[in-house]
Structures are given as structure tokens and as C-alpha cells.
Design a protein around this ligand. Sequence first.
Ligand SMILES: [Zn+2]
Ligand SMILES: [Zn+2]
Length: 283
Amino acid sequence: MIGDARVTVILDSFVDFPFELLIGASPEESKELHDQSLRGPTAFVTVNCFLVESGSATILIDAGIGGTPDAASGRLPKELENLGLRPEDISHVCLTHLHADHAGGIVSMAGQSAFPHAEYVAHREEKACWFGSRPPANNTHLLQQYEFAQTIRPFMQQFKWVGAGPLMPGIEMVHLPGHTPGHSGYRITSNNQCLFIWGDVVHQPHLQIPRPDIGVAFDFDPDLAAESRRRALRESEANCEIIGGMHTDFPALGRIRGNDRDGFCFVPHVWSPAVSPLAQVLK
Ligand SMILES: [Zn+2]
Ligand SMILES: [Zn+2]
């Protein structure tokens, strides 16, 4: 619970993430940092979605990879079913950006809109970037993302394009540009409690939280992405708020502290079987 809002973290997918996709550190340097984390030999990325039930709204923050589900990917529809929810019950899908691992799940297996009654919300700069008259740049990663975006073009009438600021009671969009032009997080606030869902501020949390200078090859503007990453980390630390990321390790929630170098540490949120007063926000 975040105040009166119930937030459920859903693990959608778990996929390989080659070190070659990182920029700002050599593959050897990334491998060494990875080895120090004791996470095993293979680098992977977690893909989470967040279900927010607040008042009469049933909101998904991002929709996962979509496609044909298997044991390790595309699990969102099955997990919603396990929670007793039908696709028609979702009132909003608030997208952090239009990359395929976040918006893929709004396309059903039959190629239809997966959440027929939902309003799809995204930052207006995503519209300009992915639905402009031509592909954004001659980077193969960006071209792939552009091609993906065209598969959601048929659902444009369901989209609401917005800017940073209050979106609905208790939910604010926070613009974190760079990874994509409209990349945004969502801050959920209720009864003085807060959760900051920060999208793709990091893809490899064990590398990029201690070393915010490390980015990914598919960052639209790597320098701006690093600036937004540092800002998100600094603000999360200053606010002592719980953060959740699409690629922070499931169950994805924790707080940020500075380290004694130029980076930060992730402090996992401790889970309790019930909502306990002991687990309340620190300030
Ligand atoms: Zn992304
Ligand atoms: Zn992503």
C-alpha cells in the first residue's frame, strides 16, 4: 500500500542483456563489475510492470514485452488473470516510453489493442519521436524501436499525449528525457506516502546505480539520459522515497543512498506478509 493506493509489482519478463549493449564502460569493465555483484555468469534484465489500484482507477504503469508468452517472458496477461482482472478492467496504461519492452504488451496476440477500455497515456515527445514523418536517426537500435512503434499506430485514438505534471489524483508524470525524448517516470502519492516509478533510469541496476555514467546503446541521447539518471538518483535519495524501476530486480522496490564515491547504492525495501506500520515510509 502507498497510502490508500494498492500497488502490485508484476514480473513480466526476464531476458538476456549482453554487456555489449552498455556504453560508458568497456565490455571487460562491465563484466568485472558484474562479476563483483555475484549475480552469476550471464547478464540479464528484469522487466516489471506496476498495477496501481487507486479510487475507481485500475492503472497499469507499462505493459511489458507482449508477444507469445513463455515461462520467462510476456507474463503480464497471465498475472493479471491470476489477480482476477480482465483486460477490460484496466482503465489506464501509463507508459514510461514507447520501447517494445514497455509498450509491447498493449498489442494483443491477435494484433488488437490489448486493453480495449483503457486510455493509453505517454509523454507528447514520444509521439513526435516515434510517429513523426521519418525514423529518428540512423542507429540500428533506434530503427528497430521505430519499427516496433509502427505496430501500435493503429491504436492512436486510444492515446492521450501529455506533459510533465499532475495526471490524475495522486499520480504525477515526471519527465526524465534522454533514454527517449519523452521518457518519464510516475510518482504515486497518497496520505503522505510516495512511490517513484522511474522507468528506464537503469537497465542494469547493479552497474548503473553505483556508476550512473554507464548508459545503454539504445539511449536516444546518452548524455541527457545520464543527466536524468543522476537527477532521479539524487532526488530519490533526498526524498528518501521508495523507488521502483521497470528493470530493477523483482520485487523491484527500494531506496537510494549515496556511496562514498560518485555513485549511489540501492537499499532493497524489506517485505512483510501484511502491510505493517513498521514498513511505513521513513519520513
Ligand atoms: Zn527503454
Ligand atoms: Zn526498458
